[in-house]
Write a protein that binds this ligand. Sequence first.
Ligand code: HSE
Length: 306
Amino acid sequence: MKELKIFSPATVANVSCGFDVLGFCLDSIGDEMVIRKTDKKGIYITKIEGYDLPFEAENNVAGVSALAMLNDAKPDFGFEIEIYKNIKPGSGIGSSSASAVGSVFAMNELLGKPYNKTELTNFAMKGEALASQCEHADNIAPAVFGGFTLVKSVTPLEILQLPTPKDIYAVIIHPQIEIKTAEARAILPKEIPLKSAITQWSNVGSLVHALHTSDYELLSKSLTDVVVEPYRSQLIPHFNAVRQSALESGAIGCGISGSGPSIFNLCHGKERANQVAQAIKNVYSKTGIPFEVYISEINTQGIKIL
Ligand code: HSE
């Protein structure tokens, strides 16, 4: 095999209470990439469509993760990368992770699969770090493993796959403004009150339990973030109005997707997801800010060959 085309999915990181550790994988939005072997050693980004991104491998997240794998595998050939970007950079639904994961997933296939999913996550984190100036895996892990994931530890890297309850849909609203992850991290406090920490880790624990037991009510009560959301929600216009209308329309929960500006909602059943999508569209239509709304199943497969 000389060439592969892949679909690299968008993802939702944090899932309210799980800053930097929880994430889940989306189905209906993602990037496509073509990776091919070349005789010339090295990584060459030959095409980028959709958004304006750097072509030099060392300045491009897909290139940086690819270089990390190449330096480890040391094959006597190189790779060309074509990126067909659908996920807007700075959208909060894992744009950089999709690129970072795409190159290493496809290269691994073309190399005969020498690396496991945790190792792929590790290489992809190098690319993600270029975008967010910090190595974290909460967008990368769900893109690689699919479903809901928990980053148990970064050093050494340990990813836990969590169950996906039946019939759960994500509704995403993406206001067309850009929030840079590095900036959204810079506004967070370095220390948090013990009271907030207790609430937060209780919510993470109960969220994990809710996923294991398909307890939608407990899931709803667990999707609360007292640590990060109070700071970041101020960067997202009309966040509170969206949240209120989503919950009134029957969403299980609503929170900031990754570092924003996208807002995610989890819903039980497609009909409910449609109602929530309509409700939040109604809120945002009045604001004058352009936006996109996506309804997606939880993608339990993760990144895939097309
Ligand atoms: N956990 C990360 C953050 C996700 O919220 O900053 C975005 O990369």
